[in-house]
Design a protein around this ligand. Structure first.
Ligand SMILES: CC(C)(COP(=O)(O)OP(=O)(O)OC[C@H]1O[C@@H](n2cnc3c(N)ncnc32)[C@H](O)[C@@H]1OP(=O)(O)O)[C@@H](O)C(=O)NCCC(=O)NCCS
Length: 157
């Protein structure tokens, strides 16, 4: 089974992070890493993480490429996965699912997290299926009403 290693975005690897690209057709589905890192710079609640293959674990400067990016926040009892992207060269190999599994594992370790949730654009069928298969169900939260193009889902235990 594919496994990922999540690591901090640092001065050594941030350029590689900025170069991560999704397919042209996916560009409207997720913010760029440039925007995400800028958001994280001004909001200390946000946790931006580089996605690497598990083989990079243990190496300060791994030789293998960065595969993707994720970012979550913990606010008001909710661990919310704000971003998930896998570089187009590495998609459909299990890394997206493995990243979500690892982020969920981390969020479950945080005592203040009572709900794990995420959102995606309603037309994003790949994300919808992926989250559904991991146990996410529609989340009735009032602020979803002010974002009608976005589907909000939370993990059912
Ligand atoms: C969504 C995304 C992260 C999935 O990453 P990935 O590494 O390709 O996903 P995986 O290889 O783990 O596949 C997960 C499932 O999605 C399916 N899938 C992935 N890409 C697909 C595609 N282009 N078309 C159809 N199905 C696809 C896989 O077959 C797999 O299904 P299965 O578990 O039933 O076999 C990636 O497509 C992406 O970065 N998309 C753009 C950004 C985005 O949409 N982010 C999520 C919402 S913010």
């Amino acid at each position: 089974m594919v496994k990922v290693h999540l690591r901090k975005v640092t001065r050594e690897n941030f350029r590689e992070c900025l170069n991560l690209q999704v397919a042209e057709s996916q560009k409207g589905l997720v913010a760029t890493t440039t925007q995400s890192l800028a958001e994280a710079y001004v909001d200390s609640n946000l946790v931006p993480l580089a996605v690497c293959d598990i083989a990079a674990c243990g190496y300060e400067q791994p030789k293998m490429p960065m595969i993707g990016f994720t970012m979550y926040e913990i606010v008001a009892g909710v661990g919310f996965v704000m971003r998930l992207l896998i570089d187009s060269k590495h998609q459909q190999q299990g890394y997206g699912r493995a990243t979500m599994i690892e982020v969920i594992r981390r969020l479950k370790l945080c005592p203040e997290v009572e709900v794990i949730a995420t959102s995606y654009r309603k037309e994003n069928e790949v994300a919808a299926k992926l989250y559904q298969s991991l146990g996410f169900k529609q989340w009735e939260i009032s602020y979803a009403l002010s974002h009608p193009t976005e589907a909000y889902v939370k993990l059912e235990n």
